[in-house]
Ligand binder design. Structure first.
Ligand SMILES: [Zn+2]
Length: 330
C-alpha cells in the first residue's frame, strides 16, 4: 500500500506537468496566433495607407474632372441618361428612375444620405417576401464581412462610400434606381441598370461582385489566415477532399484568389462603361469634345477600380505573409 501511495504522487505530478505543458503550449500558440494576426493586419493597413497616399492625386484629379464635367454639361447629360434608359425600355422592366440630389454643401450631402437610406429601407418594407429576405441577408452578411476584412487591415468606411455614391453617382441594385449629385457618370450608372434589368446573363457579373465582396473574399481571407494544411502523410494529394484542396490552394495563393474574386466587379464596371460610351456615340446633343471628355472620365474611373482591386490583393498577400512569418506556419 505504501509502495502504491509512494508511486502515486510522482505519477500525479507527471500528469500535472504534462497538463501544464499542454496548457502552456496552447496558451503560447494562441498568443503567437493573436500576435501574428495583429502584425498581419498592421502590415496590411500600412499597404493600404501607402496605396491611398500614392493614389490620392489621381483620385483628386478624377473628382475635380467630374465636377467640371458636371458643371459644363449637366443638362445634356441628364437628357442623355433619360434617353439611354428609355431606349433600353428600363421602366417597363422595373427600373425606378434617376434621383438627382442637391449636394452643394456638406449638410445637404448628409441629408441626402439620410433620405437615400430611409427610402431604400422603405422599398424593402413594401417589397415581396423574397425581396425582404435578400435585403435582410445582404445587410447581415455585409456586417459580418467587415470582420475578415479587418484581419488584412481594411478599416470599413461605409460613410465615405455612401457619400461618394451620393455625390458622384451610384446604381442601387436593391431599390433598382440611380442616385447622383453629379450628372458626369449618369450614363455609366444607367449602364449598370441595363446590366441588372436586361437578362439573367447580363445581371450575373453584378450579382457575383456582390457575392464576392460580402461572402467569397471574406471567406478566402479567413481561410488563408487560419486554415492549417494537413501534415498527415497517409493523406496524399489524391486522397484529399476537394474542399481541403481548395483551402490549401487559397492559403498558398491568397493574392491570386483575391485578384480573381475582384474580376466580376471589374467586368461589371467595364460593361457599364462600354454601354455608356456606345450610347454617347449615338448622341446628337453631346459635341465630339464632350464625348471625348466623357470617355476619358470613364477610363479614369475604371483605373480607380483596378487600383482598388490591386491594393486589396496586395493587402491580403502582405497580411497573410506577415502572419505566417510571425507564427512560423507554412
Ligand atoms: Zn460603376
Amino acid at each position: 500500500m505504501f509502495t502504491i501511495q509512494n508511486n502515486a504522487t510522482p505519477l500525479m505530478n507527471i500528469n500535472k506537468d504534462i497538463n501544464n505543458q499542454e496548457n502552456n503550449a496552447q496558451n503560447s500558440s494562441l498568443l503567437r496566433e493573436t500576435a501574428g494576426v495583429a502584425a498581419g493586419a498592421g502590415a496590411g493597413f500600412c499597404v493600404s495607407k501607402t496605396a491611398n497616399l500614392a493614389l490620392k492625386p489621381s483620385i483628386k484629379n478624377l473628382k475635380s474632372f467630374m465636377d467640371e464635367f458636371h458643371k459644363a454639361n449637366s443638362g445634356v447629360m441628364l437628357q442623355e441618361a433619360e434617353r439611354m434608359a428609355k431606349e433600353a425600355c428600363l421602366t417597363q422592366k422595373g427600373f425606378m428612375g434617376i434621383k438627382i440630389f442637391d449636394v452643394s454643401s456638406e449638410a445637404r450631402v448628409k441629408q441626402a444620405a439620410k433620405t437615400f437610406l430611409a427610402e431604400t429601407h422603405q422599398s424593402f418594407k413594401n417589397g415581396s417576401v423574397i425581396k425582404k429576405i435578400t435585403w435582410g441577408s445582404f445587410c447581415i452578411f455585409s456586417k459580418l464581412s467587415e470582420f475578415p476584412y479587418l484581419l488584412i487591415g481594411k478599416i470599413p468606411n461605409i460613410k465615405a462610400k455612401l457619400q461618394n455614391a451620393i455625390i458622384y453617382g451610384g446604381y442601387n441594385p436593391f431599390s433598382n434606381n440611380v442616385i447622383s449629385g453629379r450628372t458626369s457618370s449618369l450614363l455609366h450608372e444607367i449602364g449598370h441598370a441595363i446590366n441588372k434589368n436586361k437578362n439573367i446573363l447580363t445581371a450575373m457579373p453584378g450579382k457575383l461582385a456582390i457575392a464576392s465582396t460580402v461572402l467569397l473574399t471574406p471567406l478566402a481571407i479567413l481561410t488563408a489566415m487560419f486554415h492549417k494544411k494537413e501534415e498527415n502523410n497517409d493523406k496524399t494529394s489524391e486522397n484529399k477532399s476537394f474542399v481541403s484542396k481548395t483551402k490549401d490552394f487559397v492559403k498558398e495563393h491568397i493574392g491570386l484568389t483575391v485578384a480573381g474574386l475582384s474580376l466580376p466587379l471589374l467586368a461589371e464596371e467595364s460593361i457599364a462603361s462600354l454601354r455608356a460610351v456606345k450610347s454617347a456615340k449615338k448622341s446628337t446633343l453631346m459635341t465630339e469634345t464632350v464625348k471625348k471628355g466623357h470617355s476619358k472620365l470613364l477610363l479614369m474611373a475604371f483605373g480607380a477600380y483596378v487600383a482598388g482591386a490591386a491594393t486589396l490583393t496586395a493587402m491580403a498577400k502582405t497580411a497573410v505573409w506577415v502572419k505566417h512569418k510571425v507564427t512560423g506556419q507554412n
